[in-house]
Design a protein around this ligand. Structure first.
Ligand SMILES: Cc1ncc(COP(=O)(O)O)c(C=O)c1O
Length: 400
């Protein structure tokens, strides 16, 4: 029988980050000494008190379905955690728990976007917004910011991209892949735009705890009640608590939107795993010292990676101020030849070459609407960063 996949798959691309990471893992399984600077997850283990809480929860019966929106206890804790972080009251009815921030975004897009709707994506930005929007039938509209502006969002460009079909603006600060942390003035201008054109603002805050060198995270919903009403906040424990594998993310939205998302989730995964919800509760309510320990370690690695990248001739790099990625410009190598005589046409070819010739895995910038760049993750040991960068420098120096 010929397999015919559904049409909806023709519009969606698999995640390039996941692909590169899988390829690197597969090479490693074959015994190749690959340095992976591609993964979007902390290399730290989940803090011990969180794992202990999960073990206890299992013995206490966290083995059953929970409410679709999450256990009442966790929803309450998330509401309190968000209220404390942002300084405005949050009701548990405005909160929903999902299997990762990614599912929360999936739910929000499918609950709010219709075919033909446009979603503005200040970019470079995370791969998945565009693909999930397309799955919902909507049209992603990237609005590029510039390295010479430190990849800050440009409200004037965003304003120009608004049409009658625009329904939502998606902001992610600190940014994956650029590490930019958006400033208050620009965020206020985007919030005004959302109010003026009656748009939803979805902010993906999964990296908000990871800011460095004095950069400050600003949540637009704090600007006033009108923007608070139209802001969907996505957050979670994956990145800041080193809990990627537990699959817990949250969404804050008006109760009627939460109800729509609960209908969707109720017909897909039902609830996030009960034991993971118990672990997330322990993360939010337990000691918070590990967060600062991990943030400080990332900051040190960030400086190491930035200095290493800037020392490579032909590479320029904006200083990342948050998350755990650097996003150097590598366009000066395009058109050059490898020792084997292959011409490096673009970022994808460069990443392939780095993996094959130097056994370093990095992600092409085109996965983030920025083809002249590559993304390197510094959520790995200092030794790995140094080894990866020295291999990369050598392979780039051999291009003619
Ligand atoms: C910007 C951004 N949002 C969301 C996610 C997904 O988070 P989660 O693992 O909680 O689904 C990622 C993961 O790479 C990300 O980079």
């Amino acid at each position: 029988m010929r397999t015919r996949l559904a049409n909806r798959l023709s519009v969606v691309a698999p995640s390039m980050t996941v692909k590169v990471t899988a390829l690197a893992a597969e090479m490693r399984a074959r015994g190749v000494d690959v340095v992976s600077l591609s993964a979007g997850e902390p290399d730290f283990d989940t803090p011990a008190h969180i794992k202990e809480a999960a073990k206890r929860a299992l013995d206490a019966g966290a083995t059953k379905y929970t409410a679709v929106e999450g256990t009442p206890r966790l929803r309450q804790a998330v509401a309190a955690w968000l209220a404390k972080a942002h300084g405005f009251p949050v009701a548990p009815a405005e909160v929903m728990v999902s299997a990762g921030a990614k599912q929360a975004i999936h739910n929000a897009f499918h609950a709010l976007l219709d075919p033909g709707d446009e979603v503005l994506l200040p970019a470079p930005c995370w791969v998945s917004y565009a693909e999930i929007a397309k799955l919902a039938g909507a049209r992603p509209v990237p609005v590029l910011s510039r390295p010479e502006d430190g990849f800050a969002i440009d409200p004037a460009r965003i304003a120009k991209a608004v049409t009658r079909a625009t329904r939502m603006i998606v902001l992610s600060s600190p940014s994956n892949p650029t590490g930019a942390v958006f400033g208050e003035a620009a965020l206020r201008a985007v919030a005004d735009l959302a109010e003026h054109h009656d748009l939803w603002l979805l902010t993906d805050d999964v990296y908000r705890g990871l800011c460095y060198g004095g950069a400050r995270f600003v949540q637009p919903a704090t600007f006033g009640p009108e923007i608070r009403r139209r802001t969907i906040i996505v957050d979670g424990v994956s990145k800041s608590y080193a809990m990627t594998g537990w699959r817990i993310g949250f969404c804050l939205a008006p109760p009627e939107v939460i109800a729509g998302m609960a209908t969707l989730q109720g017909q897909s995964t039902t609830n996030a795993a009960a034991v993971s919800q118990a672990a997330a509760l322990a993360a939010l309510e337990g000691p918070q010292e590990d967060l600062e320990r991990m943030r400080a370690a990332f900051d040190e690695r960030r400086r190491l990676m930035l200095a290493g990248l800037r020392a490579i001739p032909g590479v320029t790099c904006v200083e990342p101020k948050g998350a755990f990625y650097a996003f150097p410009d590598v366009a000066s190598f395009f058109g050059k030849q490898t020792p084997a005589g292959r011409t490096i046409r673009d970022d994808v070819a460069l990443c392939e070459h780095l993996l094959e010739a130097a056994q370093v895995a990095v992600v092409p910038g085109s996965a983030f609407f920025a083809p002249g760049f590559v993304r390197l993750s510094y959520a790995t040991s200092a030794a790995n960063i140094e080894k990866g960068l020295s291999r990369m420098a050598k392979a780039l120096a051999e291009l003619r």
